[in-house]
Design a protein around this ligand. Sequence first.
Ligand code: CU
Length: 81
Amino acid sequence: MKKLLTALALTAFLSGTAFAHECPTHIKKIDDALATSTASEEVKAQAKALRDEGEKLHNEGGHAESLAKLAEAEALLGIAQ
Ligand SMILES: [Cu+2]
């Protein structure tokens, strides 16, 4: 039971506000990369679409989903860590 509660708490933690402050950091990083990227227009458009989706999810409170989209955009732009 304790294990289950810990798992539930961890899930709530990970999908909740813990990430809230991280999304804008990633969005900013992507914007900076888009401004200077030498990637093809197609790749940049794809990254921009993922970035916009991420921002929308962030604004709706879906921070974990947002970060997943933003990570995809970063991977496309080659700035993933
Ligand atoms: Cu967020």
